[in-house]
Write a protein of this length. Sequence first.
Lengths: 318, 301, 331
Amino acid sequence: MHFPLPRRSPLGPRETVKAVDDVSFSVLQGEVLGLVGESGSGKTTVGRTVLRLMEPSGGTIRFRGRDITHLSRRALRPIRPDMQLVFQDPFASLNPRMTIGSIVETPLLIHRKELGRIERRDRVADALRLVGMSPDFANRFPHEFSGGQRQRVGIARALMLRPGFLVADEPVSALDVSIQAQVVNLLRELRAELGLSILFIAHDLAVIGHISDRVAVMYLGRLVELAPTRALFQTPRHPYTEALLSAAPAPDPDLRRGRIVLAGDPPSAINPPSGCRFRTRCRYAEPACATATPPLQEVAPGHFSACRRQELVLQGAG
Amino acid sequence: MPSMTPASASVDVIAAPPAPRRRMGRGVRRFVRHRLALVGFGIIVVLVLLAGLGPYVSPFNELTIDIRHRFGPPFSGAHVLGTDQLGRDMLTRLEMAGRISLTVGCAAMVLSTLTGTVVGVLAGYYGGVIGSVLMRIVDAMLCFPSIFLLLALAAFVQPSLLSITVIIAATGWMEVARLVEAQVRALRDRDFAVAALALGAPDRMIMFRELIPNAVAPIVVAATLNVARAILLESYISFLGYGIQPPVPSWGNMLNNAQEYLTSAPWLAIFPGAAITLAVTGFNFLGDGLRDALDPRLDVR
Amino acid sequence: MTEPVLEVSGLSVRFRTDAGVVPAVNDVSFVLKRGETLALVGESGSGKSVTSLAVMRLTPAPPGCEVRGRATLSRVGELLSLPEAQMREVRGSRIAMVFQEPMTSLNPVLPIGEQIAEPLRYHRGMARAAALREAAKLLELVGIPEPGKRLASYPHQLSGGMRQRVMIAIALACDPDVLIADEPTTALDVTVQAQILELLKALQARTGMAMLFITHNLGVVAEVADRVMVMYAGRVVEQAPVRELFRAPLMPYTRGLLRSVPKLAPLEALGAPLTAIPGNVPDPANLPGGCAFAPRCADVRKVVCEAELPELDAVGAEHLVRCVRWRELAA
């Protein structure tokens, strides 16, 4: 799957926000690509756009080699079972008026209409067991469950039709710490068992590190770094990645190291800085950084960075 | 088909959450605490029983004319609530009229609620041009005072139970449409609706399976209040002579008949008037109680 | 430096709901000393937020909510039995609070200058002009550029990080002895979070105030805390100085938490599965008898652990743990 896409959201007569600007990446078969960024980075927009839940204003999205950028809703329908979404908010992603069983059954009602009631019920039971929940829960309502359990239901629904590709949009951010680990582990196992490819969106680098094969870092609508996980964490090549790694508080009081604290706030997406968007907060910024937006370049095998100053040696994690 | 092996031990099968019975109890409990709502509910039950069963129990017929016993005062003799100017038994007439009022009220409510919901969900879900056009039609119709609209329509139509029901419904669906449109517009962007979209669900499935069930609470409240309104309207037009035609009794036309005899036989007006008041008040209280009982549960976390 | 400024003992909070009585907080005790930061860690249902609200007397009135116990603030006295009028004097001046969501905690229709000036005018009786001048100084203290101009801004014109700084400025306006920060950085981006944590530490060093820092993020705890109190299902289950808690946790819940948190380092750990705690946080209305964590504990011995609720044992000078088996498990 391959997605280069710029996207705008018009705000008024002449203002536009490039929520996502010229982002290109591929998710390879069977891999987990982590997409990390803070608020305003555009990562959620990317997640929804590649599933055509939002419309791109430019670029192409190729799914299994097929260009799906402009397909009509009807044409998309048969493909939908193959690409699904897991939402961030376990409280909002399940219809409060439907039982768990009905919710998980919905994909079957849309795409496998030939199945009878008993057959559907059995498959719902299988799906619930797959995510570690008892089939007895099928008659209960979402509000009777905790956040972690609801998230499992969301995953069961998404996996009902055996998609090859899953977009997980901050699936653990709203969960308690002890439950986050459960759900991350669940996704790992399911990925191994079902051969899923996952686009895992999060703002927590540590979580991303535990599940991703490769990581893409976004800042203000642009991709600033893309690399295999270990390489990104050990030798980041973009100052923003370095700052992210440094800012994340580590659960170890002895590691209260000298931390890179970024000055200022993220700039407005309506009026991004000229040239490199990160330069206003970057410790290594030079006057030349304001002239042209640096492209994403390969700085090491499989490791891409959008920083002009390729000579910088930056501090990694650990 | 491919049977799934359950995920391994790090993902556990969780103990069942506590029984759901508690949740049903909460809404009912809240309703019960609203004393006016209970009163309203009680009134309606009594009225329905009277209207439904009363005429079977009564020894009198609502149409039988008995001139010898005309203008019989209430609580004297066989006619519990007295007789009217033609000697017909008031109680039986009130009960039969109740059947009509309640039937028209409920039927009109059902019709207007259905219409309003469909229009509202279409407008709210599609938005854009369709939404605007539909809502402007709603707005336009809302501009007409319902009484005049009613009378205008009634003037063209042969008065019958069906036509009256339809006309009253025609003036009551707009509010429901407005309510539903607002709800659906808000619900359409919620994650669970987007999830349905992501699954490739067709529009009608999203509208009717996902969205409307979540808009039910305000619809129910509006519907209940609509019944009250419908009963009142039926009484108006019958009173004005355009509704139910005598000798079939309706609270409204009974009031009309009673006008001439206000001083000599006031009970001819008081009883139908009281009946209308009780019915309308009962449904209004019920609607208030339902609103309290249903609303907070919409956003249960 | 080591005098206690807030002493809480036996704090219990119960809510009356349609579903019955819910014990949100049960027998919580701690001492907060001048200049130190005590982190209150827990997940949902642990009672950490309710604890702080109870100390501030911001919980709903009885009979909806009952608070028992004692909370003594130095130079003021016993907080829980103070008449409301006097409590209002204390709130915002001697003990202040910063909340998680700055957007809902700030009044959207008042300029921030007015909001910062409010405690100054109410508690210190300052005139408006003087209060605004002081507000500008506070804005500078919390690191907002061009403070004079910013006084007239409205909350929606500021970013999340800036709003949180404004909240901190409001809280610090009257130089409180205790600052309660309830998940102040949870809603913020991680880079902004780093800024705010630095700010809080700097302010604390400068004013010597004590801080009660509530969070569920163990990384943040490691950053800011001197001592840590871990809560589970409304009770304190472990309390220790920060290094000791992270290096030698005694309560299986604490150990489980530390193991299940994804870490950036060491790099070899990346990609390995996390050791999760199975099960779910118990429903506070339906707590099991005995140790509340027993159903999820990897080291449970049912006979012993589910029999009765363990007491808080003292381990050494500063370490408390509520586990029947801690000795065997530590060995």
